[in-house]
Design a protein around this ligand. Sequence first.
Ligand SMILES: C[S@@+](CC[C@H](N)C(=O)[O-])C[C@H]1O[C@@H](n2cnc3c(N)ncnc32)[C@H](O)[C@@H]1O
Length: 294
Amino acid sequence: MTLKSLKSYFENSLLERYPETEITSLFFMLTEKLLGKRRIDVVLEYNEIVSEIEIVKFKDSIERLKNHEPIQYIIGETEFYGLPFKVNASVLIPRPETEELVSFIHQNIKNKISNSEFRIIDIGTGSGCIAISLAKNLPNAKVFALDVSKEALNVAQLNVELNSVEVEFINANILNWKQDTGIWNLEFVDLKFDIIVSNPPYVKVSEKSLLRPNVLDFEPHLALFVEAEDPLVFYRNISQFAYKTLRTKGQLFFEINEYLGNKMVKLLNDEGFVDIELKQDIFGKDRMIKGVKL
Ligand SMILES: C[S@@+](CC[C@H](N)C(=O)[O-])C[C@H]1O[C@@H](n2cnc3c(N)ncnc32)[C@H](O)[C@@H]1O
């Protein structure tokens, strides 16, 4: 089979499930990963023969795509804030909205960091996308990243190495931060931070059926769902943790669901934060919020 006929085979196999333009871009992502050929190379070498082994790999990817598995898990990587990130089923695939959150933080603090005592912590770091992109762009800051999932932290560690940055990882359950056991008993709790950021889980378990299959069947439920009926449980806990551990004038940043804007303004207000700023994403939806500790 030539590259050209492989492309036709790939397109025909997926036509019922994906729009045509998306199929083309999926094909070129796979040629880059599986054949090491960029789009331009493929087009220039359309008549080259593809080996049987390579065809089997494409067929396997086609089956996975038919099951709605995200392409990022199939190729094992993605891009975030212009940086490469490894991903697998233990971590949420970094979203474009989260890049907007990183940009919001970056713009807010880039001129305020004078030395490595400037501390940032990302709570619920997953792939490490927020912590690592901040560390890369703010080399003078000391960045920490916390997650309850050891598997997620293993992926984040790979991403630290891939991007040549330094991040200190903490394996802990943020909902337990008021307890006097484990990590919360250690020196870490006495650290003071300048920036606390989080994109925590917020989907109620009872809303599972509203998610699309590519998310529900493949992304880690630990990253998506809150067990409690209160979808703000993480926001409330992290705000209280932030109020205790932020320095004076320290800033708290959250990514939020578009429907949580007003509730989040009230929550940050109730928890004592000032200068609260609700910010919309490029689609005009409430997506980020910032509060300052007096
Ligand atoms: C919505 S994902 C965000 C991942 C990443 N920060 C991003 O923006 O792509 C939430 C993360 O919180 C972590 N998490 C869930 N429950 C937690 C808990 N109780 N304590 C700490 N982290 C938790 C999950 O493992 C997951 O990595």
